[in-house]
Design a protein around this ligand. Structure first.
Ligand code: SF4
Length: 707
């Protein structure tokens, strides 16, 4: 809540409009009165909406839209406007030479526009001024007016005019608040902004009214000096905030957040916790300690670097793990915050443990739903046709209707191979912000179709700047790879519980711990990839030991393009599904998925999605693959082998997709925030946290390391 008056502002000037009397704001710089409401409620909310272009509906906003359904329809009635007075100017001063001087034509007449009211379509039907003052009162709806001097624009729900005396009426959902003003401050400020706009347009406007839909009553708000001053002060502060391009901090433990429609984008408690952990680590020498394995590997030469191009290739075409929410495991939970060489710049060493408490935080508010109600829709039937019927997606094959689903229950649409979609369905799906993912018949992730590009251009500018800075790109890459290796090691450790030391591969776990230590200290992307490549060999050797189906499901390391055994065929397919999910997540946040920090740019390759997918490969993709194989959800008949290349059949793909969706929908306990959350939601949260790091709000990327 903004209440303090910054000393830099001249309040008298603000009240008397004298600080910049001649300045008129451009149309693009006008502050919407609605945004002033948001800014008064929470400056961060206004920043997210106005500067970053974020908007999400929640129950409150939908109720508000419903409550406004009548006043959102513009009136057809004429509205009297202050006349536009145009008079001949005084004799013009000596003209500067112009192009016209060479012609023997008189110069164009010069006129001076004394006052020009904004032209509203309704004004075109306005009657002459002489008739207006005697005209009966008029009420109009949904009138948009601007005030270039105040720098404001507003859409007025209702405007009541009695001659040139006007009263704006703003509709508010809910009932009259129980406070001395009988109105919330953001609403009073918004209404006052409307009053200032009306005044600048020549109307006499001393007060407005708030109509509370639930109470069915109006509350009068006088536009006194104090409210006018506060309103103008807030307009200035809002402009200042937008100019600085620095996102305001989240509110702390505020009751406003649970009702805020942008809570899932803002992540207020999560951001505050990560910043607090960072401060604690900086302030407390006890918080900085060496990892238990810190003496491991010193002086070990770096393995040869492995190109990440090969990792992208892996994404194209690992039973169930124990509960990952097991909070009793404290492995890798010791604080380890040795600063990275890049720590002097914007980003810090993103070790998993540096950003997390020894145990998940308990009692932290979960302000975002654990999972989405909407689900992905996969169309794999060759020759199928996707159309739209009202508010539903309908999939047909020849004359048969295969499925009909309400659009509101679909979060994404994936089309495999020869599947058609109608223009109407395409437009409606894109309008609703539902991504359409295109796969080849064999499961190669080709393309994604979506509506307009995300409005958050500031994030893309920052993304390109970070990608161009080797130190900052390295810091992020270390974050992704450290989390990947930790999750790989955790995966092997869990599956080895209760088994012999040989099966568990104790030595493998030690070697992985050593490589994690080296990854955290990598001095270049090349050395980082070298450590990662060596870790992958150890990991897949261990992974193969835990496959329980015997013959037909042997695995001699990872191979791809094309996969040469059933296990690798499943892995390739499930990596493609994971890449699709992460591409959707980074795009929803506003990133350009093609520009990564670790994976180098290559035509058409979603490098950023591949970066972020790294930490989820073991715990989502490999875990899914192990589940379908060990549970017998795929068998020898689920694969086709041709000339040494192995691919899933359509039925096999169906089984893998079903298992992958179960995994994505599975709720786990977040290792830092302590609340239950689905893997699909985790991807979204990690993408948002990454954006906060790239934008400089968070100092280090908190990789998702399962416990
Ligand atoms: S969630 Fe809270 S801190 Fe974030 S924008 Fe909304 S009100 Fe502000």
């Amino acid at each position: 809540m903004i209440s303090a008056v910054p000393p830099a502002l001249d309040l008298t000037a603000i009240l008397l409009e004298q600080d910049q009397p001649d300045r008129l704001f451009d149309e693009a710089d006008l502050v919407p009165a609605r945004m002033l409401n948001e800014f008064t409620y929470c400056p961060r909310l206004a920043y997210l909406e106005w500067v970053q272009g974020e908007f999400v509906d929640n129950l409150d906003t939908l109720q508000g839209t419903f409550g406004h359904r009548n006043v959102d329809k513009p009136s057809a009635k004429p509205v009297p406007a202050k006349p536009t007075v145009v008079k001949p100017a005084a004799p013009p001063p000596k003209r500067r030479p112009s192009l016209f001087d060479d012609l023997d034509e008189p110069a164009p007449p010069v006129i001076e526009v004394v006052e020009l009211s904004p032209v509203d379509p309704d004004d075109l039907f306005a009657e002459p001024q002489s008739d207006r003052e005697d005209s009966p009162p008029v009420t109009t709806r949904a009138l948009t007016l601007s005030a270039p001097r105040e720098g404001l624009v507003a859409k007025l729900d209702v405007l009541e005019l009695d001659g040139m005396v006007v009263t704006p009426v703003d509709y508010k959902k809910g009932s009259i608040p129980d406070n001395p003003f009988q109105a919330w401050e953001p609403e009073r400020v918004q209404l006052c902004a409307q009053g200032l706009i009306l005044r600048e347009n020549g109307y006499n406007c001393e007060a407005g009214e708030l109509y509370y839909i639930e109470s069915r009553r109006r509350v009068r708000v006088a536009f006194d000096d104090a409210l006018v001053m506060k309103t103008r002060q807030l307009v200035k502060q809002l402009r200042e905030m937008a100019r600085n391009k620095k996102i305001p901090p989240p509110l702390v433990d505020s009751p406003k957040c649970p009702r805020c429609s942008l809570v899932g984008i803002c992540l207020p408690d999560e951001t505050n916790l990560l910043l607090q952990l960072e401060r604690t680590n900086e302030a407390s020498p006890q918080g900085i300690s060496q990892t238990p394995d810190s003496n491991l590997g010193s002086g070990t030469p770096a393995p040869r670097a492995r190109s990440l191009d090969s990792l992208w290739d892996e994404t194209q075409p690992i039973g169930d793990s124990p509960d990952e929410s097991d909070p009793t495991s404290t492995e890798f939970s010791s604080p380890h915050t040795r600063p990275h060489p890049a720590s002097d710049s914007v980003m810090r060493n993103p070790s998993c443990d540096a950003q997390r408490p020894a145990e998940p935080v308990s009692g932290m508010r979960r302000l975002l739903p654990a999972r989405d109600d909407a689900l992905p829709l996969y169309v794999k039937e060759q020759g199928a046709f996707v159309g739209k019927d009202g508010d539903r997606i309908v999939v047909r094959h020849r004359e048969a209707k295969l499925v009909s689903v309400p659009l509101m229950e679909v979060s994404q649409l994936s089309l495999f191979g020869n599947v058609q979609i109608s223009a109407q369905a395409l437009r409606e799906i894109a309008d609703r912000g539902i991504p359409i993912c295109h796969f080849s018949y064999g499961g190669w992730f080709h393309a994604i179709t979506h509506g307009h590009v995300h409005k958050n251009i500031q994030l893309r500018i920052a993304q390109f700047a970070v990608a161009a800075d080797p130190q900052r790109a390295l810091a992020l890459s270390i974050g992704f790879m450290t989390a990947k290796l930790r999750n790989s090691r955790t995966m092997l450790r869990r599956h080895g519980n209760g088994k012999t030391a040989e099966v568990v591969g104790v030595r493998d776990l030690d070697q992985l711990a050593e490589l994690i230590h080296k990854v955290e200290r990598a001095s270049s992307i090349e050395s980082l990839l070298g450590f990662e490549g060596k870790a992958a060999k150890i990991y897949f050797a261990g992974f193969a030991r835990f496959l329980q189906r015997g013959e037909g499901f042997d695995m001699a390391g990872r191979n791809r393009r094309p996969p040469r055994d059933p296990v690798n065929a499943v892995l390739s397919f499930v990596y493609a599904l994971l890449t699709k999910e992460v591409t959707i997540a980074v795009q929803a946040v506003g990133f350009d998925p093609l520009l990564g920090f670790c994976h180098q740019p290559r035509y058409g390759r979603p490098s950023l999605a591949l970066d972020l997918a790294e930490e989820f490969r073991p715990i989502i993709a490999d875990s899914t693959a192990m589940m379908v194989i060990n549970n017998g959800e795929v068998g020898p008949s689920s694969f086709l082998s041709r000339a040494g290349a192995v691919a899933l059949t359509e039925a096999g793909r169906r089984s893998v997709i079903a298992a992958f969706e179960r995994r994505m929908d599975q709720e786990i306990t977040h290792p830092i925030f302590g609340y239950k959350i689905s893997y699909r939601r985790v991807l979204e949260v990690q993408a948002r946290l990454l954006s906060r790091v790239v934008m400089g709000e968070l100092p280090a990327y908190p990789g998702f390391c399962t416990r």
